[in-house]
Design a protein around this ligand. Structure first.
Ligand code: SF4
Ligand code: FES
Length: 248
């Protein structure tokens, strides 16, 4: 395939950015999207030009590092798929593909397609741990947890902290991400002792990082590579309201 790539280039956090056109020749449908960018970069380096900077690590959909907006959609056109798992067979010869970084106030651009997502780490650090000394690992059957509760908690734990939900939301809300973490911990008995302190701390931290609130658009759920449902946001809101009554 021969493709035209319109790629966001930005030299640094305070530099002006712009879309630059590149032609990618001989693209195999079996390439992953990131392999295709690797080949484009090899060509640029051979010509003595700056390689296009983008994030990736595992390239198998589990680490949350890849973060590209492809034709306006975070992680691209395939549902429940990270952009590192997107393949070029999804496109056809002659296509023009626009590639941009996550765009949200809480995610400043570092360079080209890389954004600073440390705000999500600070939200986790604000409330996403259990500080109670639980002693040694208990026997698996000592704390009985209903199957449906453990399944829902583990489904929530599938969040890979990629930030696509914030990038897709018109409010740049971090609610789907936070609600996945809060659901994971507050549903399980081990996470209950600090559930109220946790939900308040995480929401306050997200507000201070410049993320917006939720207005129930559902864009986050649509782009989430782990298909985290927005019903988690309703659970987080219930937790938050209860926490305000209990603690204030
Ligand atoms: S909820 Fe989904 S989209 Fe949001 S950070 Fe977690 S995995 Fe990424
Ligand atoms: S590079 Fe790890 S999820 Fe995409």
């Amino acid at each position: 395939m021969r493709l035209t790539l319109r790629i966001w280039r930005q030299a640094g956090p305070s530099a002006a950015g712009r879309l630059v056109d590149y032609v990618a020749e001989n693209v195999s449908p079996d390439m992953s999207f990131l392999e295709m960018l690797d080949v484009v970069n090899e060509g640029l380096v051979k010509k003595g030009e700056d390689a296009i900077v983008f994030d990736s690590d595992c390239r198998e959909g589990i680490c949350g590092m890849c973060s590209l907006v492809v034709n306006g959609v975070p992680h691209g056109p395939d549902r429940g798929t990270t952009v590192c798992q997107l393949h070029m067979r999804r496109f056809k010869d002659g296509d023009t593909i626009t590639i941009e970084p996550w765009r949200a106030k809480g995610f400043p651009v570092v360079k080209d397609l890389v954004v600073d997502r440390s705000a999500l780490d600070r939200i986790i650090a604000a409330g996403g741990y259990v500080s109670v000394n639980a002693g040694g690992a208990p026997d698996g059957n000592a704390i009985l947890i209903p199957k449906d509760i453990s399944e829902t908690a583990m489904d929530s734990a599938a969040c890979i902290q990629c930030g696509a939900c914030e990038a897709a939301c018109k409010n740049a809300s971090a609610h789907l991400f936070m609600s996945a973490k809060i659901s994971h911990l507050s549903l399980l008995p081990q996470g209950k002792p600090e559930r109220f302190r946790r939900v308040i701390a995480m929401i306050e931290q997200a507000d201070s990082e410049g993320f917006g609130s939720c207005s129930n658009e559902g864009e986050c759920e649509a782009v989430c590579p782990k298909e985290i449902p927005i019903s988690n946001i309703a659970r987080m809101t219930r937790e938050y309201v209860k926490a305000l009554f209990v603690t204030r």
